[in-house]
Design a binder for this molecule. Sequence first.
Ligand code: SF4
Length: 302
Amino acid sequence: MEIIPVVPRGYCKGVVRAIEIAKKCAKEYPDKKITVLGMIVHNQYVVDALKELNIHTVEDKKKTRLELLDQIDEGVVIFTAHGISDQVKQKALEKGLICVDASCTDVIETQNLVKEKCKEKASVLYIGKKNHPEAEAVLSISPDVHLITQISDLPDDLSGNIFVTNQTTMSLLEIEKIIDEIVRRWPHAQIMREICNATSIRQKAVLNLKNLNVDLLIVVGDPSSNNSTKLKVLGTQSGIQDVLMIETVQDLTEQNIMNHQKIAVTSGASTPTALTAQVIDVLQHYSQTKEFVLPEKSPKIL
Ligand code: SF4
């Protein structure tokens, strides 16, 4: 059995920055209540580790960021790596909260691009995920921004300038299908692909696995992480026989791995390195000894 740790995998610069900003806040405001508006990055283990630093999180997948803000009445509010709308920032300031923005610079770049195109009176087709905070912030820019999750979401009645872009963590293959259809219907549409570099290189590394005859891909990631779930989907689309997504090594069983010859391991951009390292350690030990031994301790996340 061969174990292939996929390179690159795991934390991206935006996630590292967001976590550092949160940790710095804990030092700067030791006497204030600090609350993150939504999960700082989409990984529950990171959220739990921040709690140990007295950094709380309010999250409810059914609520928008604007609605969630009603649950924070004092202290510091941290906006997450996924970006935030001007309306939420304004409301937080009106509530007298100290605002700290951990939005990823790549996300802000896409938001600014959409703002610019809206000012030019273009209709914007934004390929993204419904109810995702990054998409929520972009959709709040203008009613001229249309969320496109699949081809059937394309409006029938568009005319004039059309600008097409996407959420930073979408699948490389998925957006191309939608863009092909947009170009067929509106050949004059201006298209700017905005999948971030971190997402793109992690996805390309998974697509390359088909050349290595990998028969099992393990994706370590939180189910709420868009970039992690896209790695899983791409693994399946690239023809890998079995693809398994787990949150930690504790989700792994011997049955999952025993009949495979080449196992690749990757992780989403919000997955702590220590969680993936434990998975790789268990697999490497199994490949050398045929003993399946899970670690007793959870790793240190921060
Ligand atoms: S996945 Fe990309 S957009 Fe998201 S935080 Fe990381 S670098 Fe930024």
